[in-house]
Design a protein around this ligand. Structure first.
Ligand code: GDG
Length: 474
């Protein structure tokens, strides 16, 4: 990369939220922030994202470099009304469910789509004020599906990369979208489009063929006189830093105190946003099945589930929570005793230190997503483990992480018996096997951090004539 050219990351929100009363910034939670702030880019980079409050925008622009020296936050103001329609009406009510195969939850409304297009156009205009010929714009996620074409039409000499953090669905699902051609035409204007997993890339290729008639190899498509490169770039976490924090004396002390608290000597853990894609009810049903199938687990195994609230005002999410509350009550009612509570359930977000201590103390972590682009929780759990006393990762085959981490116990979360058997297996697994599996998992992830992920994508984007197709031969 030429040193004078700029790198600009674009995502829905900036990685910090502003508190104008205290004049402070807090780091946001969520997968994208964890991954991109873990990137060790030496040069300064811009990050552009929407903000609906002008005082917060000012604070973000002024203070973000105090938290991360090489980061220039560039908030883009959008009216609350437009933001809500673009974010809730389209991103969350149409694209999120459809791309996660929840077709019956996807609501399409053409007026809302026009607003989504308008929000993408506002972002395009702001980017074009900053980006010049030769600069790199790296767009993140489904909030900006229409942005690539808008940028390319105005300035064909900006390098445009797009990374999708969620699954790209099969063509038979994608075809449900009335605006499928518009989305594909925009994405094909990129220089590079990346996915977490091979199947997502294959689905994208099938869609280009089915809906645009574009032929491609696995890694390249010629669209008119433009070359679109394609690739698989599984995201990671900041492994070194995460390991360092997990091994700190403070976290160790906290995890020791958790170990002796609560009920059930074998501790299962779940950390998820309370979203229908994460399969929380499947996890609880699997745990219930385990207690029914294996009475020897009763009194000995407990599950601590942290469900982080999201989209509280949306009725559907209220229903998910209600179901979950009922299931927790049913399991605790069926198997609980005065000194044994099978499910401990926390409906709030927890501090990073608590999260690390919980990872470290858990004998097994259960990820039961119905669909999940990657799932960083699985990776964080692996890296947080002490190899002398490791836990077991139980991981849904419907996560992108499953193809990277075959030494986990891979489950179909819809199969409650299979979930139950894997819980039992983690409980009875000999220490040597646990160590071997965890060693293999840690080796895979320690070779591949978030910075390697980002640098790999950026290198391919910036020198896309000499694309290196690593890890993509299968
Ligand atoms: C999207 C895709 C893809 C969660 N609760 C707390 C907390 N977290 C942190 C975790 C982890 C992150 O949030 C969640 O990451 P996931 O990957 O599991 O899920 P999404 O937010 O849905 O992310 C996903 C990701 O993008 C990256 O591409 O993997 O598939 O859906 O880092 O640790 N952190 C703290 N307290 C909590 O209560 N401190």
């Amino acid at each position: 990369m030429l040193t004078h050219s700029k790198r600009i990351f674009v995502s829905n929100r900036l990685p910090f939220t502003a508190n104008t009363k205290t004049q402070t910034l807090t780091r946001g939670s969520g997968g994208l922030v964890s991954a991109l702030l873990g990137v060790n880019l030496e040069e300064s980079f811009y990050w552009m994202g929407f903000e609906t409050d002008s005082a917060s925008a000012r604070l973000l622009a002024e203070k973000s470099h105090e938290i991360q020296k090489n980061l220039i936050c560039h908030p883009v103001l959008l009216s609350k009304e437009i933001y809500d329609t673009y974010y809730d009406g389209i991103s969350n009510d149409l694209l999120w469910p459809l791309f996660h195969y929840e077709t019956q939850l996807a609501v399409f409304n053409r007026e809302n789509w026009d607003v989504y297009r308008q929000a993408n156009a506002v972002m395009a205009e702001e980017i074009l004020k900053v980006a010049n010929e030769g600069d790199t714009v790296w767009i993140h996620d489904f909030h900006f599906l229409l942005l690539p074409k808008m940028l390319k039409e105005k300035n064909p000499h900006i390098k445009i990369g797009f990374f999708l953090h969620i699954p790209f669905p099969a063509a038979e699902i994608f075809r449900q979208l009335p605006v499928r051609e518009e989305i594909l035409r925009s994405l094909t204007a990129c220089d590079l489009v990346g996915f977490h997993e091979h199947s997502y890339l294959r689905h994208f290729i099938s869609c280009m063929k089915a809906f645009l008639g574009v032929d491609s190899t696995l890694f390249k498509a010629e669209v008119g006189n433009h070359t679109l490169n394609l690739g698989v770039y599984p995201i990671s976490i900041d492994t070194e830093e995460f390991k360092r924090k997990a091994e700190s004396p403070k976290v160790e002390k906290l995890s020791q105190s958790y170990r002796t608290q609560g009920t059930g000597q074998f501790k299962l853990l779940g950390i998820d946003r309370l979203d229908y894609t994460k399969g929380l009810e499947l996890k609880l049903k699997g745990f219930q099945k385990a207690l029914r199938m294996y009475p020897e687990l009763v009194g000995k195994v407990s599950l601590l589930q942290v469900a982080v609230p999201t989209r509280l005002k949306v009725p559907l999410y209220g229903e998910i929570k209600k179901n979950l509350d009922q299931l927790v009550g049913a399991i605790n009612g069926e198997f609980g005793t005065p000194d044994y509570v099978p499910v401990q359930y926390i409906f709030k977000s927890i501090s990073e230190e608590t999260l690390l201590a919980l990872y470290r103390r858990a004998d097994a972590t259960l990820v039961t997503s119905k669909r999940d682009g990657m799932n960083l929780v699985a990776m964080e759990y692996v890296i947080a483990q002490d190899i002398q006393t490791p836990g077991v990762l139980i991981l849904s085959e419907f996560t992108g992480a499953a193809s990277l981490l075959p030494d986990a116990l891979i489950i179909n979360p819809w199969d409650a018996e299979m979930v139950a058997k894997s819980i039992h297996r983690s409980f009875t697994m000999p220490l040597e096997e646990k160590r071997q599996r965890m060693h293999n998992l840690q080796q895979t992830l320690m070779r591949y951090s978030a910075s390697a992920w980002a640098e790999g994508f950026l290198a391919d984007l910036e020198q896309h004539d000499a694309m290196i197709k690593k890890d993509c031969q299968t």
